[in-house]
Design a protein around this ligand. Structure first.
Ligand code: FEO
Ligand code: CA
Ligand code: CA
Length: 573
Protein backbone atom coordinates (compact mmCIF):
# COMPACT_ATOMS: atom_id res chain seq x y z
CA UNK A 1 0.00 0.00 0.00
CA UNK A 2 1.06 3.57 -0.74
CA UNK A 3 0.77 6.30 1.93
CA UNK A 4 -1.84 9.04 1.48
CA UNK A 5 0.88 11.62 0.85
CA UNK A 6 2.59 9.50 -1.79
CA UNK A 7 -0.77 8.87 -3.47
CA UNK A 8 -1.44 12.63 -3.49
CA UNK A 9 1.88 13.23 -5.23
CA UNK A 10 1.16 10.54 -7.78
CA UNK A 11 -2.08 12.19 -8.89
CA UNK A 12 -0.93 15.83 -8.85
CA UNK A 13 -4.45 17.30 -9.10
CA UNK A 14 -7.68 17.75 -7.17
CA UNK A 15 -10.64 15.82 -8.56
CA UNK A 16 -13.33 17.81 -10.36
CA UNK A 17 -17.11 17.53 -10.14
CA UNK A 18 -19.41 16.05 -12.80
CA UNK A 19 -20.73 18.62 -15.30
CA UNK A 20 -23.42 18.99 -17.96
CA UNK A 21 -21.95 22.21 -19.44
CA UNK A 22 -21.18 22.41 -23.16
CA UNK A 23 -17.46 22.82 -22.61
CA UNK A 24 -14.33 21.12 -21.33
CA UNK A 25 -13.66 21.17 -17.59
CA UNK A 26 -10.19 20.42 -16.16
CA UNK A 27 -8.78 20.68 -12.60
CA UNK A 28 -7.41 23.91 -11.07
CA UNK A 29 -3.88 24.44 -12.31
CA UNK A 30 -4.60 22.96 -15.77
CA UNK A 31 -5.71 24.58 -19.04
CA UNK A 32 -6.88 23.39 -22.44
CA UNK A 33 -7.25 24.58 -26.03
CA UNK A 34 -8.39 23.03 -29.31
CA UNK A 35 -5.47 21.71 -31.40
CA UNK A 36 -7.44 20.53 -34.44
CA UNK A 37 -11.05 20.02 -35.50
CA UNK A 38 -13.03 18.15 -38.12
CA UNK A 39 -12.61 20.00 -41.43
CA UNK A 40 -9.43 21.92 -40.56
CA UNK A 41 -7.38 22.17 -43.81
CA UNK A 42 -4.14 20.20 -44.07
CA UNK A 43 -2.98 22.27 -47.05
CA UNK A 44 -3.03 26.02 -47.76
CA UNK A 45 -5.09 25.62 -50.96
CA UNK A 46 -8.00 24.04 -49.05
CA UNK A 47 -10.74 26.42 -47.82
CA UNK A 48 -11.37 26.78 -44.08
CA UNK A 49 -14.30 24.76 -42.74
CA UNK A 50 -17.63 26.21 -43.91
CA UNK A 51 -20.27 25.97 -41.19
CA UNK A 52 -23.10 26.50 -43.69
CA UNK A 53 -22.20 23.72 -46.16
CA UNK A 54 -19.90 21.63 -43.93
CA UNK A 55 -17.53 21.31 -46.87
CA UNK A 56 -17.49 19.25 -50.05
CA UNK A 57 -16.09 15.86 -51.02
CA UNK A 58 -13.04 17.64 -52.47
CA UNK A 59 -12.34 19.82 -49.42
CA UNK A 60 -12.93 16.95 -47.02
CA UNK A 61 -10.42 14.72 -48.81
CA UNK A 62 -7.65 17.17 -47.86
CA UNK A 63 -8.85 18.30 -44.44
CA UNK A 64 -8.88 16.70 -40.98
CA UNK A 65 -11.45 13.89 -40.98
CA UNK A 66 -14.53 13.56 -38.80
CA UNK A 67 -15.09 11.81 -35.45
CA UNK A 68 -11.47 11.43 -34.36
CA UNK A 69 -10.87 8.44 -32.11
CA UNK A 70 -7.59 6.65 -31.36
CA UNK A 71 -4.42 8.63 -32.08
CA UNK A 72 -0.66 8.75 -31.56
CA UNK A 73 2.07 11.37 -31.79
CA UNK A 74 5.36 10.45 -33.48
CA UNK A 75 8.54 12.53 -33.38
CA UNK A 76 11.06 12.54 -36.23
CA UNK A 77 14.81 12.98 -35.79
CA UNK A 78 14.51 16.75 -36.16
CA UNK A 79 11.81 16.98 -33.49
CA UNK A 80 8.82 17.41 -35.82
CA UNK A 81 5.71 15.99 -34.18
CA UNK A 82 3.38 13.99 -36.37
CA UNK A 83 -0.16 13.26 -35.26
CA UNK A 84 -1.89 10.22 -36.71
CA UNK A 85 -5.58 9.98 -35.81
CA UNK A 86 -8.43 7.67 -36.69
CA UNK A 87 -11.50 9.30 -38.21
CA UNK A 88 -13.93 6.62 -37.19
CA UNK A 89 -17.29 7.58 -38.67
CA UNK A 90 -19.70 10.45 -39.31
CA UNK A 91 -22.97 11.49 -37.71
CA UNK A 92 -25.55 12.02 -40.43
CA UNK A 93 -27.28 14.80 -38.45
CA UNK A 94 -23.98 16.69 -38.24
CA UNK A 95 -22.19 16.17 -41.58
CA UNK A 96 -25.45 16.52 -43.53
CA UNK A 97 -27.19 18.72 -40.95
CA UNK A 98 -27.59 21.43 -43.61
CA UNK A 99 -29.88 19.10 -45.63
CA UNK A 100 -33.50 18.18 -44.91
CA UNK A 101 -33.69 15.45 -42.22
CA UNK A 102 -29.88 15.33 -42.06
CA UNK A 103 -29.57 13.00 -45.05
CA UNK A 104 -27.43 13.00 -48.17
CA UNK A 105 -29.13 14.54 -51.21
CA UNK A 106 -26.31 14.21 -53.77
CA UNK A 107 -23.46 11.91 -54.75
CA UNK A 108 -21.09 14.63 -53.53
CA UNK A 109 -22.71 14.44 -50.08
CA UNK A 110 -22.12 10.67 -49.98
CA UNK A 111 -18.51 11.08 -51.10
CA UNK A 112 -17.95 13.86 -48.56
CA UNK A 113 -19.07 11.45 -45.87
CA UNK A 114 -16.81 8.74 -47.25
CA UNK A 115 -13.85 11.11 -47.41
CA UNK A 116 -14.44 12.15 -43.79
CA UNK A 117 -13.59 8.54 -42.83
CA UNK A 118 -10.19 6.91 -42.58
CA UNK A 119 -7.09 8.41 -41.00
CA UNK A 120 -5.43 11.80 -40.86
CA UNK A 121 -1.70 12.35 -40.50
CA UNK A 122 -0.66 15.93 -39.75
CA UNK A 123 2.34 17.70 -38.32
CA UNK A 124 1.47 19.65 -35.16
CA UNK A 125 3.40 22.57 -33.76
CA UNK A 126 3.02 25.07 -30.90
CA UNK A 127 2.52 28.59 -32.27
CA UNK A 128 2.08 31.40 -29.71
CA UNK A 129 1.45 28.82 -27.02
CA UNK A 130 -1.16 26.86 -28.93
CA UNK A 131 -0.88 23.65 -30.88
CA UNK A 132 -2.05 23.71 -34.48
CA UNK A 133 -1.64 21.86 -37.78
CA UNK A 134 1.40 22.86 -39.87
CA UNK A 135 -0.26 23.36 -43.26
CA UNK A 136 1.59 21.82 -46.22
CA UNK A 137 3.95 19.82 -44.01
CA UNK A 138 5.32 16.87 -46.05
CA UNK A 139 3.92 14.59 -43.32
CA UNK A 140 0.32 15.73 -43.89
CA UNK A 141 -1.74 13.02 -45.48
CA UNK A 142 -5.28 11.69 -45.60
CA UNK A 143 -5.99 7.97 -45.86
CA UNK A 144 -9.56 7.74 -47.16
CA UNK A 145 -11.60 4.58 -47.86
CA UNK A 146 -10.13 4.73 -51.39
CA UNK A 147 -6.43 4.57 -50.39
CA UNK A 148 -4.67 1.46 -51.82
CA UNK A 149 -3.33 -0.91 -49.18
CA UNK A 150 -1.52 -4.24 -49.25
CA UNK A 151 -3.24 -7.27 -47.79
CA UNK A 152 -0.61 -9.19 -45.82
CA UNK A 153 -0.51 -12.36 -43.79
CA UNK A 154 -2.36 -15.68 -44.02
CA UNK A 155 -5.52 -14.32 -45.70
CA UNK A 156 -3.62 -12.63 -48.56
CA UNK A 157 -4.83 -14.04 -51.87
CA UNK A 158 -7.45 -16.36 -50.31
CA UNK A 159 -10.57 -17.02 -52.43
CA UNK A 160 -12.73 -15.14 -49.89
CA UNK A 161 -10.53 -12.06 -50.34
CA UNK A 162 -10.93 -11.88 -54.15
CA UNK A 163 -13.21 -9.36 -55.85
CA UNK A 164 -13.89 -8.19 -59.41
CA UNK A 165 -11.61 -5.20 -58.89
CA UNK A 166 -8.92 -7.27 -57.19
CA UNK A 167 -9.00 -10.86 -58.52
CA UNK A 168 -5.69 -11.57 -56.74
CA UNK A 169 -7.02 -10.75 -53.23
CA UNK A 170 -3.81 -8.84 -52.53
CA UNK A 171 -4.74 -5.14 -52.63
CA UNK A 172 -7.66 -3.46 -50.91
CA UNK A 173 -8.84 0.12 -51.07
CA UNK A 174 -9.05 1.90 -47.79
CA UNK A 175 -9.66 1.60 -44.17
CA UNK A 176 -12.68 2.99 -42.29
CA UNK A 177 -14.43 2.89 -38.93
CA UNK A 178 -11.13 2.76 -37.09
CA UNK A 179 -11.83 2.99 -33.41
CA UNK A 180 -8.87 2.61 -31.07
CA UNK A 181 -5.26 2.38 -32.17
CA UNK A 182 -1.88 1.00 -31.33
CA UNK A 183 1.73 1.93 -31.89
CA UNK A 184 4.67 -0.36 -32.40
CA UNK A 185 8.14 -0.09 -30.86
CA UNK A 186 9.45 0.32 -34.44
CA UNK A 187 7.55 3.58 -34.93
CA UNK A 188 4.44 2.64 -36.89
CA UNK A 189 0.78 3.36 -36.24
CA UNK A 190 -1.88 0.66 -35.96
CA UNK A 191 -5.44 1.60 -37.00
CA UNK A 192 -8.11 -0.81 -35.82
CA UNK A 193 -11.22 -1.37 -37.97
CA UNK A 194 -14.36 -1.76 -35.89
CA UNK A 195 -17.94 -1.52 -37.25
CA UNK A 196 -16.99 -2.11 -40.89
CA UNK A 197 -20.28 -3.95 -41.45
CA UNK A 198 -22.34 -0.74 -41.38
CA UNK A 199 -21.12 0.41 -44.80
CA UNK A 200 -22.43 -2.47 -46.91
CA UNK A 201 -25.87 -2.50 -48.47
CA UNK A 202 -27.84 -3.31 -51.59
CA UNK A 203 -30.98 -2.14 -53.37
CA UNK A 204 -33.11 -5.18 -52.40
CA UNK A 205 -32.12 -5.08 -48.74
CA UNK A 206 -35.07 -7.14 -47.52
CA UNK A 207 -34.42 -9.86 -50.10
CA UNK A 208 -30.76 -10.24 -49.11
CA UNK A 209 -29.91 -13.46 -47.27
CA UNK A 210 -26.84 -13.56 -45.06
CA UNK A 211 -24.59 -16.61 -44.96
CA UNK A 212 -23.17 -17.66 -41.57
CA UNK A 213 -20.04 -15.50 -41.96
CA UNK A 214 -22.00 -12.37 -42.86
CA UNK A 215 -24.40 -13.03 -40.01
CA UNK A 216 -21.72 -13.40 -37.33
CA UNK A 217 -20.19 -10.06 -38.40
CA UNK A 218 -23.49 -8.25 -38.89
CA UNK A 219 -23.04 -7.62 -42.62
CA UNK A 220 -26.54 -7.27 -44.09
CA UNK A 221 -28.28 -5.77 -47.10
CA UNK A 222 -28.89 -2.53 -45.23
CA UNK A 223 -26.16 0.00 -44.41
CA UNK A 224 -26.28 2.50 -41.54
CA UNK A 225 -27.28 5.43 -43.71
CA UNK A 226 -23.91 6.22 -45.34
CA UNK A 227 -24.99 5.37 -48.92
CA UNK A 228 -21.55 4.28 -50.16
CA UNK A 229 -22.97 1.31 -52.07
CA UNK A 230 -24.98 3.75 -54.17
CA UNK A 231 -21.85 5.37 -55.60
CA UNK A 232 -19.35 2.50 -55.32
CA UNK A 233 -20.16 -1.12 -56.29
CA UNK A 234 -17.56 -2.41 -53.82
CA UNK A 235 -20.01 -1.72 -51.02
CA UNK A 236 -22.94 -3.50 -52.68
CA UNK A 237 -23.03 -6.91 -50.94
CA UNK A 238 -24.75 -8.55 -53.89
CA UNK A 239 -22.37 -7.22 -56.53
CA UNK A 240 -19.22 -7.75 -54.41
CA UNK A 241 -19.97 -10.37 -51.74
CA UNK A 242 -16.29 -10.67 -50.73
CA UNK A 243 -15.50 -6.99 -50.20
CA UNK A 244 -16.71 -7.19 -46.58
CA UNK A 245 -14.17 -9.96 -45.91
CA UNK A 246 -11.42 -7.43 -46.68
CA UNK A 247 -12.31 -5.16 -43.74
CA UNK A 248 -12.30 -5.68 -39.98
CA UNK A 249 -8.52 -5.87 -39.70
CA UNK A 250 -5.67 -3.87 -38.22
CA UNK A 251 -3.82 -1.62 -40.67
CA UNK A 252 -0.17 -0.66 -40.13
CA UNK A 253 0.92 2.78 -41.31
CA UNK A 254 4.40 4.34 -41.42
CA UNK A 255 3.93 8.00 -40.41
CA UNK A 256 7.52 8.93 -41.29
CA UNK A 257 7.16 8.01 -44.97
CA UNK A 258 4.21 9.84 -46.54
CA UNK A 259 4.58 7.78 -49.73
CA UNK A 260 4.40 4.42 -47.94
CA UNK A 261 1.62 1.97 -48.71
CA UNK A 262 -0.35 0.88 -45.64
CA UNK A 263 -0.49 -2.82 -44.79
CA UNK A 264 -3.55 -4.68 -43.60
CA UNK A 265 -2.38 -7.25 -41.09
CA UNK A 266 -4.71 -10.24 -41.45
CA UNK A 267 -2.53 -12.26 -39.06
CA UNK A 268 -4.05 -10.19 -36.22
CA UNK A 269 -7.52 -11.49 -37.04
CA UNK A 270 -10.80 -10.08 -38.26
CA UNK A 271 -13.38 -8.81 -35.81
CA UNK A 272 -14.70 -5.46 -34.60
CA UNK A 273 -11.32 -4.32 -33.39
CA UNK A 274 -11.13 -1.77 -30.62
CA UNK A 275 -7.42 -1.09 -30.13
CA UNK A 276 -4.11 -2.96 -30.25
CA UNK A 277 -1.79 -2.84 -27.23
CA UNK A 278 1.67 -3.93 -28.33
CA UNK A 279 4.04 -5.32 -25.71
CA UNK A 280 7.59 -6.51 -26.29
CA UNK A 281 7.91 -9.60 -24.11
CA UNK A 282 11.14 -10.10 -22.14
CA UNK A 283 12.27 -12.70 -24.69
CA UNK A 284 11.71 -10.29 -27.61
CA UNK A 285 8.49 -11.79 -28.94
CA UNK A 286 5.64 -9.37 -29.60
CA UNK A 287 2.35 -9.79 -27.74
CA UNK A 288 -0.61 -7.72 -29.01
CA UNK A 289 -3.75 -7.52 -26.87
CA UNK A 290 -6.99 -6.76 -28.74
CA UNK A 291 -10.67 -6.43 -27.84
CA UNK A 292 -13.66 -7.24 -30.06
CA UNK A 293 -16.19 -4.53 -29.23
CA UNK A 294 -19.46 -6.39 -29.50
CA UNK A 295 -21.76 -7.80 -26.86
CA UNK A 296 -20.81 -11.41 -26.16
CA UNK A 297 -17.63 -11.45 -28.25
CA UNK A 298 -14.08 -12.10 -27.09
CA UNK A 299 -10.77 -10.75 -25.86
CA UNK A 300 -7.74 -11.73 -27.98
CA UNK A 301 -3.96 -11.90 -27.88
CA UNK A 302 -1.52 -12.30 -30.77
CA UNK A 303 1.99 -13.65 -30.21
CA UNK A 304 4.62 -13.35 -32.94
CA UNK A 305 6.68 -16.38 -33.93
CA UNK A 306 9.79 -14.24 -34.28
CA UNK A 307 11.71 -11.92 -31.98
CA UNK A 308 11.97 -8.16 -32.20
CA UNK A 309 15.38 -6.65 -32.74
CA UNK A 310 15.96 -3.02 -33.62
CA UNK A 311 16.40 -2.71 -37.36
CA UNK A 312 15.10 -6.27 -37.91
CA UNK A 313 12.31 -7.39 -40.25
CA UNK A 314 9.15 -6.25 -38.53
CA UNK A 315 6.89 -7.41 -41.40
CA UNK A 316 7.59 -10.99 -40.36
CA UNK A 317 6.54 -10.21 -36.77
CA UNK A 318 3.18 -8.95 -38.03
CA UNK A 319 2.60 -11.79 -40.52
CA UNK A 320 3.67 -14.93 -38.67
CA UNK A 321 2.19 -15.68 -35.28
CA UNK A 322 -0.71 -17.17 -33.36
CA UNK A 323 -3.99 -15.62 -32.25
CA UNK A 324 -5.39 -16.66 -28.85
CA UNK A 325 -8.77 -16.02 -27.24
CA UNK A 326 -9.21 -15.61 -23.49
CA UNK A 327 -11.06 -18.00 -21.22
CA UNK A 328 -11.75 -16.68 -17.72
CA UNK A 329 -12.51 -19.02 -14.80
CA UNK A 330 -14.61 -17.98 -11.81
CA UNK A 331 -11.72 -18.74 -9.42
CA UNK A 332 -9.61 -15.83 -10.67
CA UNK A 333 -7.49 -17.81 -13.12
CA UNK A 334 -7.62 -17.81 -16.89
CA UNK A 335 -6.14 -19.33 -20.04
CA UNK A 336 -5.22 -18.14 -23.51
CA UNK A 337 -6.65 -20.65 -26.01
CA UNK A 338 -4.64 -20.89 -29.23
CA UNK A 339 -6.63 -20.57 -32.46
CA UNK A 340 -4.74 -23.23 -34.40
CA UNK A 341 -6.00 -25.41 -37.26
CA UNK A 342 -5.95 -28.43 -34.90
CA UNK A 343 -8.03 -26.66 -32.21
CA UNK A 344 -10.53 -24.99 -34.55
CA UNK A 345 -10.85 -27.27 -37.57
CA UNK A 346 -10.21 -24.22 -39.76
CA UNK A 347 -7.18 -23.49 -41.89
CA UNK A 348 -4.86 -20.61 -41.06
CA UNK A 349 -6.42 -18.19 -43.57
CA UNK A 350 -9.96 -18.94 -42.37
CA UNK A 351 -8.91 -18.39 -38.75
CA UNK A 352 -7.74 -14.92 -39.80
CA UNK A 353 -10.91 -14.14 -41.82
CA UNK A 354 -13.52 -15.64 -39.50
CA UNK A 355 -11.72 -15.23 -36.22
CA UNK A 356 -14.92 -15.03 -34.18
CA UNK A 357 -15.93 -18.52 -35.32
CA UNK A 358 -12.48 -19.85 -34.48
CA UNK A 359 -12.74 -18.43 -30.95
CA UNK A 360 -16.20 -19.95 -30.53
CA UNK A 361 -14.78 -23.33 -31.59
CA UNK A 362 -12.28 -23.32 -28.71
CA UNK A 363 -14.80 -22.17 -26.06
CA UNK A 364 -13.48 -18.69 -25.20
CA UNK A 365 -15.38 -16.54 -22.67
CA UNK A 366 -18.05 -14.21 -24.05
CA UNK A 367 -17.37 -10.71 -22.71
CA UNK A 368 -19.22 -7.44 -22.01
CA UNK A 369 -17.91 -5.62 -25.10
CA UNK A 370 -14.10 -5.56 -24.76
CA UNK A 371 -12.90 -2.04 -25.58
CA UNK A 372 -9.38 -0.64 -25.10
CA UNK A 373 -6.59 -2.71 -23.61
CA UNK A 374 -3.53 -1.12 -22.01
CA UNK A 375 -0.45 -2.64 -20.39
CA UNK A 376 1.26 -1.18 -17.33
CA UNK A 377 4.73 0.00 -18.44
CA UNK A 378 6.14 -0.71 -14.97
CA UNK A 379 5.03 -4.33 -14.50
CA UNK A 380 3.45 -7.28 -16.31
CA UNK A 381 -0.15 -6.25 -15.80
CA UNK A 382 -2.83 -5.59 -18.43
CA UNK A 383 -6.22 -3.81 -18.23
CA UNK A 384 -9.28 -4.00 -20.51
CA UNK A 385 -12.45 -1.88 -20.37
CA UNK A 386 -15.64 -3.94 -20.65
CA UNK A 387 -17.91 -1.08 -21.51
CA UNK A 388 -21.45 -2.42 -20.86
CA UNK A 389 -23.81 -5.12 -22.11
CA UNK A 390 -27.53 -4.59 -21.88
CA UNK A 391 -28.19 -8.16 -23.03
CA UNK A 392 -25.84 -10.08 -20.74
CA UNK A 393 -27.64 -13.05 -19.28
CA UNK A 394 -31.08 -12.00 -20.47
CA UNK A 395 -31.01 -12.27 -24.27
CA UNK A 396 -29.12 -14.64 -26.57
CA UNK A 397 -26.16 -13.20 -28.48
CA UNK A 398 -27.27 -12.84 -32.12
CA UNK A 399 -25.13 -15.20 -34.18
CA UNK A 400 -22.70 -15.88 -31.34
CA UNK A 401 -22.43 -17.96 -28.17
CA UNK A 402 -24.37 -18.07 -24.89
CA UNK A 403 -23.53 -15.21 -22.52
CA UNK A 404 -23.89 -16.54 -18.96
CA UNK A 405 -23.38 -14.11 -16.08
CA UNK A 406 -20.20 -14.68 -14.07
CA UNK A 407 -16.44 -14.29 -13.84
CA UNK A 408 -15.32 -10.88 -15.16
CA UNK A 409 -18.88 -10.23 -16.43
CA UNK A 410 -20.76 -10.42 -13.12
CA UNK A 411 -23.95 -8.45 -13.86
CA UNK A 412 -27.09 -9.09 -15.85
CA UNK A 413 -28.15 -6.27 -18.19
CA UNK A 414 -24.85 -4.55 -17.41
CA UNK A 415 -25.51 -0.79 -17.75
CA UNK A 416 -22.31 0.59 -16.28
CA UNK A 417 -19.38 -1.56 -17.34
CA UNK A 418 -16.20 -2.67 -15.53
CA UNK A 419 -12.44 -2.86 -16.01
CA UNK A 420 -10.80 -6.28 -15.82
CA UNK A 421 -7.05 -6.71 -15.31
CA UNK A 422 -4.80 -9.71 -15.47
CA UNK A 423 -1.29 -10.74 -14.60
CA UNK A 424 0.44 -13.10 -17.07
CA UNK A 425 2.01 -16.11 -15.32
CA UNK A 426 5.66 -15.48 -14.47
CA UNK A 427 5.40 -11.98 -15.96
CA UNK A 428 5.46 -13.65 -19.40
CA UNK A 429 3.12 -12.05 -21.98
CA UNK A 430 3.36 -15.23 -24.07
CA UNK A 431 2.34 -17.57 -21.20
CA UNK A 432 -0.82 -19.64 -21.61
CA UNK A 433 -2.19 -18.80 -18.16
CA UNK A 434 -2.93 -15.70 -16.08
CA UNK A 435 -4.65 -14.50 -12.92
CA UNK A 436 -7.33 -11.80 -13.07
CA UNK A 437 -9.54 -9.52 -10.99
CA UNK A 438 -11.78 -6.50 -11.54
CA UNK A 439 -10.03 -3.15 -11.00
CA UNK A 440 -13.38 -1.38 -10.87
CA UNK A 441 -17.04 -2.11 -11.40
CA UNK A 442 -18.68 1.16 -12.44
CA UNK A 443 -22.11 2.00 -11.04
CA UNK A 444 -24.26 4.59 -9.36
CA UNK A 445 -24.12 4.36 -5.56
CA UNK A 446 -26.65 7.21 -5.19
CA UNK A 447 -29.31 5.15 -6.99
CA UNK A 448 -28.40 1.51 -6.27
CA UNK A 449 -27.36 -0.36 -3.14
CA UNK A 450 -26.71 -3.67 -4.94
CA UNK A 451 -23.97 -4.53 -7.46
CA UNK A 452 -25.21 -1.68 -9.65
CA UNK A 453 -23.87 0.75 -7.05
CA UNK A 454 -20.39 -0.24 -8.24
CA UNK A 455 -17.27 -1.49 -6.46
CA UNK A 456 -15.90 0.12 -3.29
CA UNK A 457 -13.63 2.50 -5.24
CA UNK A 458 -16.72 4.13 -6.84
CA UNK A 459 -18.45 6.90 -4.92
CA UNK A 460 -20.74 9.88 -5.41
CA UNK A 461 -17.74 12.06 -6.24
CA UNK A 462 -16.10 9.95 -8.99
CA UNK A 463 -18.89 7.85 -10.50
CA UNK A 464 -19.07 7.25 -14.24
CA UNK A 465 -20.45 4.72 -16.71
CA UNK A 466 -19.16 2.87 -19.77
CA UNK A 467 -15.36 2.93 -19.50
CA UNK A 468 -13.91 2.69 -23.02
CA UNK A 469 -10.52 4.31 -23.76
CA UNK A 470 -7.68 3.20 -21.48
CA UNK A 471 -4.05 4.23 -21.41
CA UNK A 472 -1.25 4.02 -18.91
CA UNK A 473 1.01 7.03 -18.50
CA UNK A 474 4.76 6.81 -17.75
CA UNK A 475 4.14 6.88 -13.99
CA UNK A 476 1.92 3.81 -14.10
CA UNK A 477 -1.37 5.67 -13.61
CA UNK A 478 -4.38 4.46 -15.61
CA UNK A 479 -6.25 7.06 -17.70
CA UNK A 480 -9.88 6.05 -18.23
CA UNK A 481 -12.15 7.62 -20.88
CA UNK A 482 -15.90 7.12 -21.05
CA UNK A 483 -18.38 6.63 -23.89
CA UNK A 484 -21.63 6.21 -22.07
CA UNK A 485 -25.03 7.47 -21.14
CA UNK A 486 -24.92 11.27 -20.62
CA UNK A 487 -28.64 11.71 -19.80
CA UNK A 488 -27.73 12.59 -16.18
CA UNK A 489 -31.05 10.98 -15.21
CA UNK A 490 -32.31 7.87 -13.37
CA UNK A 491 -29.58 5.18 -13.45
CA UNK A 492 -27.13 7.85 -14.62
CA UNK A 493 -28.23 10.72 -12.35
CA UNK A 494 -25.30 12.82 -11.19
CA UNK A 495 -22.82 11.40 -13.72
CA UNK A 496 -22.97 14.33 -16.16
CA UNK A 497 -21.28 14.36 -19.54
CA UNK A 498 -18.69 11.82 -20.68
CA UNK A 499 -15.37 12.24 -18.92
CA UNK A 500 -11.83 11.15 -18.26
CA UNK A 501 -10.64 9.82 -14.92
CA UNK A 502 -7.30 8.64 -13.60
CA UNK A 503 -6.92 5.50 -11.51
CA UNK A 504 -4.08 4.28 -9.33
CA UNK A 505 -3.56 0.54 -9.83
CA UNK A 506 -1.75 0.29 -6.49
CA UNK A 507 -4.54 1.74 -4.31
CA UNK A 508 -7.63 1.43 -6.55
CA UNK A 509 -8.36 5.15 -6.08
CA UNK A 510 -10.02 6.88 -9.07
CA UNK A 511 -10.26 10.66 -9.57
CA UNK A 512 -12.14 12.60 -12.23
CA UNK A 513 -9.72 14.71 -14.30
CA UNK A 514 -11.75 16.07 -17.22
CA UNK A 515 -15.36 16.41 -18.34
CA UNK A 516 -16.29 16.80 -22.02
CA UNK A 517 -18.93 18.87 -23.79
CA UNK A 518 -22.50 17.72 -24.37
CA UNK A 519 -23.31 14.53 -26.27
CA UNK A 520 -19.61 13.76 -26.86
CA UNK A 521 -17.50 10.81 -25.85
CA UNK A 522 -13.91 11.24 -24.72
CA UNK A 523 -11.66 8.92 -26.72
CA UNK A 524 -8.04 8.81 -27.81
CA UNK A 525 -5.03 10.04 -25.89
CA UNK A 526 -1.39 10.77 -26.67
CA UNK A 527 1.43 12.86 -25.26
CA UNK A 528 3.71 15.47 -26.87
CA UNK A 529 7.41 14.54 -27.11
CA UNK A 530 8.20 16.53 -23.93
CA UNK A 531 5.12 15.12 -22.15
CA UNK A 532 4.07 18.63 -21.13
CA UNK A 533 0.94 18.35 -23.28
CA UNK A 534 -1.55 15.53 -23.23
CA UNK A 535 -3.75 15.40 -26.34
CA UNK A 536 -7.29 14.16 -25.75
CA UNK A 537 -9.95 13.29 -28.31
CA UNK A 538 -13.49 14.66 -28.14
CA UNK A 539 -15.78 12.73 -30.48
CA UNK A 540 -19.28 13.48 -31.73
CA UNK A 541 -20.29 16.53 -29.64
CA UNK A 542 -23.95 17.27 -30.38
CA UNK A 543 -24.70 13.87 -31.91
CA UNK A 544 -28.33 14.48 -30.91
CA UNK A 545 -28.41 18.20 -31.61
CA UNK A 546 -27.54 19.74 -28.22
CA UNK A 547 -24.01 21.10 -28.64
CA UNK A 548 -22.21 23.83 -30.55
CA UNK A 549 -18.82 22.94 -29.16
CA UNK A 550 -16.08 23.98 -29.78
CA UNK A 551 -16.89 27.03 -31.92
CA UNK A 552 -19.92 28.14 -29.85
CA UNK A 553 -22.88 30.32 -30.82
CA UNK A 554 -25.02 28.52 -33.39
CA UNK A 555 -22.04 26.84 -35.03
CA UNK A 556 -21.87 23.24 -36.23
CA UNK A 557 -20.42 21.00 -33.49
CA UNK A 558 -17.06 19.51 -34.48
CA UNK A 559 -15.15 16.53 -33.17
CA UNK A 560 -11.76 17.81 -32.06
CA UNK A 561 -8.46 17.01 -30.43
CA UNK A 562 -7.67 19.21 -27.46
CA UNK A 563 -4.31 19.94 -25.83
CA UNK A 564 -4.28 19.88 -22.01
CA UNK A 565 -1.36 21.36 -20.09
CA UNK A 566 -0.45 22.41 -16.57
CA UNK A 567 -0.38 26.14 -15.89
CA UNK A 568 3.16 25.73 -14.51
CA UNK A 569 4.27 23.89 -17.68
CA UNK A 570 5.31 20.75 -15.82
CA UNK A 571 5.14 17.25 -17.22
CA UNK A 572 1.70 15.54 -17.12
CA UNK A 573 1.56 11.82 -16.36
FE1 FEO B 1 -15.71 2.82 -31.54
FE2 FEO B 1 -15.68 0.42 -29.47
O1 FEO B 1 -15.97 2.14 -29.78
CA1 CA C 1 -14.35 3.13 -28.33
CA1 CA D 1 -17.64 2.63 -26.73
Amino acid sequence: PISARAAENRFGFTAIAASTEDTITVPDGYNWHVATRWGDPLFSDVPEFDHATRGTAASQARAFGDNNDGMAIFTDKDGHQILVANNEYTNRSVIWGNNPEGKYVSDDDILKGKNAHGLTAAELKEVDGKWQIVKDSPYNRRFTPDEPMDITGPARGHALMQTNADPTGETVLGTFNNCGNGRTPWGTYLACEENFNGYFGTSDADGYEQDAGKKRYGVSGKDRGYGWWKIDDRFDVVKEPNEANRHGYITEVDPYDPTSKPKKRTALGRFKHENAEVVVNFDGRIAIYMGDDERGEFLYRYVSDGYYAEGGNTDALMENGTIYAAKFEADGTGKWLALTPEATGMDKAMICIQTRMAASAVGATTMDRPEWVTANPLKAEVYCALTNNKNRGIKPNAGGDETPVGGPNPREANKYGQIVRWWPSNGDHTADTFKWDLFVMAGNPTVHQDMNGGSTNVNEGNMFNSPDGLSFDNKGLLWIQTDGNYSNEEDFAGQGNNQMLIGDPATGEIRRFLVGPREAEITGISWSADRRTVFVGVQHPGERGDSNWPDGGDKTPRSSIIAVRRDDGAVIG
